[in-house]
Write a protein that binds this ligand. Structure first.
Ligand code: MLT
Length: 413
């Protein structure tokens, strides 16, 4: 008899965004015809630029002819795209070689799978709140360890992100083996300076720890003292893995394309330079036959000079949405953070009829009163309680109408 692994039973009842979708559908079923504004999941709304869609269409059409047809192209992605990615890092002043780049079908899979590199008993540091995939994947692989009376897993150390530390935790006092960092942060929108990242890089090198740097939102950085890649920070090539995505940068949430960088110099306790790079290569050969060749054709255009210009245009559009969310919340006296170098606005839950709402109460309130979906902060971790995340990825007219509806309907009487 096939038995289900017990690790699966430790997962939350519902994946956060699935739970939200179910509640949205139930709301629509109760109020047929209602227009629900969705500022929940970070899914893009702008269409792709025509040079990107043309390149993908041409690639797709070339598959019709024997002379131009291509099949498997290797589990790490194509040489041309890897070269473009290496150039992208070079332009940031970072030294990354094509053989250190592993192209994937979007960052999510590697965010979940990268922990498979590490032995059970490894301790994992997570920003709290954080993208739920990090914790859930560690739990799924059985590496989270026993759960204590507070519901905390033995091998997961939560690095609290609070208003007091500007949602950027200081480096841990104790040794943690692997630390996930996401800047600009999902969900808080906090963005780390070079100085802060240097502290983490020094911590990791001193402790022979590894940083897993989720850079999916780097494309939204506008402040010049904020690095877009961890490899802009001196010393990062010996201690950091970076995961990158074209989903939010270039509207590829449906097309699917991203990459992971594992520098040759990366080492850790009892791990020699080059070893992790080789092991991940082998792992990819076993698990993955490479990203879609059509998606890669689009990716090459995005990383060209004109493609990068369109990334600036689309990210500006979403940053304007974020600005508008923040301004409207501020007028209603609701504090918010993020949204400056990030497409997420993190806001305190409101006080309604004299009571400060919990994250899920605010979710229900916004949905019932204003037909707006926003993500409950607690879904990203215990320190997210009392907060809501607004995604700025909607169409600007919906974005503005949604946030206005929220503030116009704050009180129940
Ligand atoms: C989010 O909304 O937090 C995520 O971006 C959704 C995802 O990428 O899985």
């Amino acid at each position: 008899m096939a038995e289900i692994a017990k690790d699966y039973q430790q997962l939350p009842k519902n994946y956060l965004f699935r739970e939200i979708k179910q509640r949205k559908l139930a709301h629509i079923a109760r109020r047929p015809g209602v227009h629900v504004y969705d500022l929940g999941i970070g899914d893009v709304s702008l269409p792709l630029p025509s040079n990107v869609t043309n390149a993908m269409a041409q690639k797709a059409l070339s598959l019709e002819y024997a002379e131009t047809f291509t099949g498997y192209e290797g589990s790490e992605g194509g040489v041309e795209l890897k070269n473009r990615i290496a150039e992208y890092y070079h332009a940031l002043g970072a030294d990354i070689l094509p053989q250190e780049i592993f192209i994937n079908d979007g960052a999510k899979g590697d965010c979940a799978d990268v922990q498979t590199l590490f032995a059970s008993g490894t301790t994992f540091g997570l920003q709290d709140p954080a993208y739920p995939v990090y914790a859930n994947s560690i739990i799924l692989s059985g590496k989270a360890g026993e759960v204590d009376n507070n519901g905390q897993h033995k091998n997961i150390v939560y690095l609290e992100c609070t208003e007091e530390n500007d949602f950027i935790p200081d480096v841990p006092k104790e040794k943690i083996d692997v630390i996930y960092l996401c800047f600009p942060n999902n969900p808080t929108g906090a963005t780390a300076s070079e100085k802060t990242l240097k502290k983490y890089v020094d911590y990791a090198n001193d402790n022979k720890a590894i940083l897993i740097f989720d850079a999916a939102y780097s494309w939204f950085i506008r402040e010049t003292d904020k690095p877009k890649s961890i490899y802009e920070v001196e010393g990062a090539n010996t201690c950091a893995i970076e995961i990158q995505s074209l989903s939010k940068a270039a509207g590829f949430t449906g097309v699917r394309l991203g990459w992971t960088v594992i520098p040759q110099e990366l080492s850790a306790e009892n791990v020699d330079p080059g070893e992790i790079n080789q092991l991940w290569r082998k792992r990819q050969q076993i698990h993955f036959n490479g990203p879609s060749n059509v998606a890669q054709a689009g990716g090459e255009v995005i990383l060209s000079p004109t493609g990068l210009e369109s990334v600036v245009e689309s990210t500006n559009y979403y940053l304007n949405n974020a600005k508008s969310i923040k301004a409207t919340l501020a007028k209603a006296g609701i504090k918010s953070w993020g949204g400056v170098n990030a497409p997420y606005v993190w806001s305190e839950t409101p006080t309604v009829d004299g009571k400060k709402l919990s994250s899920w109460e605010a979710f229900d309130h916004y949905l019932e009163r204003a037909n707006v979906i926003a993500t409950p902060g607690v879904g990203f971790g215990p320190s997210g309680e009392g907060f809501t995340r607004f995604s700025a990825f909607g169409k600007s007219e919906d974005n503005d109408a949604a946030i206005k509806a929220i503030v116009d309907n704050l009180q129940t009487n």
